[in-house]
Structure formats: C-alpha cells, structure tokens
Design a protein around this ligand. Sequence first.
Ligand SMILES: NC(=O)c1ccc[n+]([C@@H]2O[C@H](COP(=O)([O-])OP(=O)(O)OC[C@H]3O[C@@H](n4cnc5c(N)ncnc54)[C@H](O)[C@@H]3O)[C@@H](O)[C@H]2O)c1
Ligand SMILES: CC(C)[C@H](C(=O)O)[C@@H](O)C(=O)O
Ligand SMILES: [Mg+2]
Length: 352
Amino acid sequence: MKVALLPGDGIGPEVIREAVRVLEALELPGLTLFEGDVGAAAYRRHGHPLPAETLEMAWAADAILFGAVGDPSFDGLERALRPEQAILGLRSELGLFANLRPARTFAGLEDMSALRPEIAARIDLLIVRELNGDVYFGDKALEMLPDGRRRGWDMMSYAEDEVRRIAHVAFRAAQGRKGRLCSVDKANVLETSQLWRDVVGEVAGDYPGVALEHMYVDNAAMQLVRDPGRFDVIVTGNLFGDILSDQASMCVGSIGLLASAALGDRQTAFGTFGLYEPIHGSAPDIAGQGKANPMATILSAAMMLRHSFAREVEAARIEAAVARSLAEGVRGGDLGGSAGTAAIGDAILQRL
Ligand SMILES: NC(=O)c1ccc[n+]([C@@H]2O[C@H](COP(=O)([O-])OP(=O)(O)OC[C@H]3O[C@@H](n4cnc5c(N)ncnc54)[C@H](O)[C@@H]3O)[C@@H](O)[C@H]2O)c1
Ligand SMILES: CC(C)[C@H](C(=O)O)[C@@H](O)C(=O)O
Ligand SMILES: [Mg+2]
C-alpha cells in the first residue's frame, strides 16, 4: 500500500503533515508513505511544476495524497509552467476523470453555515464532477487581433464517451445513496451542455431505480443556497463542478472541511487507484502561520483508505474522530475559533 504524498505549496505541507500523523497513528500494516515535489515548490527545485520524477512516483503509487498548489508570485509565468498545471497534469495523465466531492452537515456546526441553521442541518450531497475535459483542457490562447485588441479564448467541449463514463459513475453513486441524481448544465445556451444533457438522459435508461432531473447551473447555484437538502447526487462538468463545490463548502460551514477523491478506471492490488485532496487551495493569505484547518485533508485521507485500500473501518474511524472534534467544539479560525493546524490534528488524534 504505497502512498505518494504531494504536499505542494502554501498551506499544502501544513495540512498534509496532520493527515500523515493520523495515518501513522492507525499503524496499518504495509502502508508506506513517500514524498514528492509539485507546484511552485517543484518549479523552484526542478524548473517544472510537475517534474518527470514526480509523475513516475505517482504512477508507482497505489494512491496519492495531495495538499494544494498555487503561489501568486508565479501567476506571471507562461501557463504551462504555473503551479496549478501540476494538479491538472496529474488528473489528466493518470486518467482520473471522476471527482467525488461530498458535502455533509456536521452535528453542532449548523451555526457556522452561511445559511440559516435549519437549512444547513439537512445537507447531505455528493458532487460528481467530471475532471478530464471541458473548457479546462480545450485549446486556449491569448492573442493580438489585427486591430491591436487583445483577445483570450478557451475551447469548451465534451465528447459523448466522456459524458457517458461520468454519468455511469454518478448513477451508480445515486444507487448507493438516496436514488436521486441532478445533472447540472447550461443547455439553454451551450452546445457542449446540450450534448451533456442528451447523453445523461440516454444513460438514465440503464438505471430505472434512479430519479434523474436536469437543472441549469444558474438555478442550481440558487437552489444550493435556497434548499441544499433537496440534492442527493449532483453530476456536472469540470468548470461548474469546481464552482458549485466551493459554494457547497460554505453551506456546510468552511472550505477547510471538504474532502475529495479523483478516481479513474485503474485497479491496484488493494482497490481503485486515486488522488485525494482537500477542495481548497494553497491559501496564501494564511500560509506559514499554522492557522489552516487540516480537516479537509484528513477527511481526504479517510476517502483514500475507503476507495484505494478497502479500509472502511479505519476510514470511518477518522471521519468519526473529525465529527467528534467538531461536536466537542474544536474550531479553527475558519470556523470562528482559535485552534491552530497542529492543535486540530492533536484533537483528532485524541479521538481516533
Ligand atoms: N487543488 C488545488 O491545489 C487548488 C485548489 C484551489 C485553488 N488553488 C490555488 O490556490 C491559490 C489560492 O487560491 P484561492 O485563494 O482562490 O483559494 P483557496 O482555497 O486557497 O483560499 C480561499 C480562502 O479560503 C481560505 N482557506 C482555504 N483553505 C483553508 C483551510 N484549510 N483552513 C482555513 N482557511 C482556508 C483561505 O485562507 C482563503 O481566504 C491559487 O494559486 C489557486 O490557483 C489550488
Ligand atoms: C487549482 C485549480 C486548477 C483546481 C480546479 O479548478 O480544479 C481547484 O480549484 C480545485 O477545485 O481543485
Ligand atoms: Mg476549486
């Protein structure tokens, strides 16, 4: 059970450190951790945000635990060398097309939601975000028009097989939950979305037990704050899923709480190969201050144990320890408290 740790930039190394303490406390036989460089940290040392040796390490691993990448001082670099290309490169090179981003209310935390507590109390949803296509990976350019104006453009597209495979993931997830799937698109304006809607509708024929609805993304953004409890599984494209998952995090209470799994088809001897990461970024505004909430990363490690190592018992132990910490008042700055990164890690370890 080989895990590649890719801490990255900003608060990435700070939150990964706490997740490693939790994993080590479980004393899982055969679990080995090794570390690689990604993002701005890798650019500084190797001249590239995703060096060949890091990619090799990723291929050799059974799972990846990823922190975050991004550093404002590198925003002026050509796009191919920017820190964010490391995570995009890993997702596409490794064929990790299915991004699971669960959002669930934690008991005792309803007051921290940006919504009214009685509305926040009902959240239990899963965003299934397509991760290898959409406007993220199409041709793009910044160019000069003949009349001297600058123009930027990005090609948005999905091929039907790309939509079909993520639709199957989402329908199967809905089968294992409350049996409701909401497909989010912008089919009233975008041809990419019309194809998305058509193909999701076709796949629905294989899942008669799942109730499918289609919703435009602007309405979905509104419904997510009006009544997030109405959603079970949401399936959507790369861009809309990115945006809606940050929004869902504040419905729960903080972006420091939301974990994620990026999965593909590849199976290892232990389970499904995957990359696990908090949905948040490198948070340059609080980096280096010991203030980051490591819960999202610790919960991502739990997802890793569940999906990549079939260790449901240990995954549930981690999740229960996080939930108990929150129920007993452990709060980072993101939740209006004063507990630092290491203190939150200590609290979870004590309750493991
Ligand atoms: N997967 C990734 O690696 C990833 C994801 C998102 C953003 N980014 C990158 O991160 C950099 C910063 O982006 P941003 O500011 O838009 O988003 P961000 O998620 O890094 O931060 C947004 C806000 O949330 C806060 N925050 C985030 N995580 C937190 C945590 N664990 N505990 C407490 N507070 C937390 C930050 O302090 C900030 O105020 C950019 O370079 C961006 O490209 C990377
Ligand atoms: C850093 C960026 C490329 C990334 C994304 O847009 O997918 C991030 O926002 C995320 O949510 O993981
Ligand atoms: Mg994002």
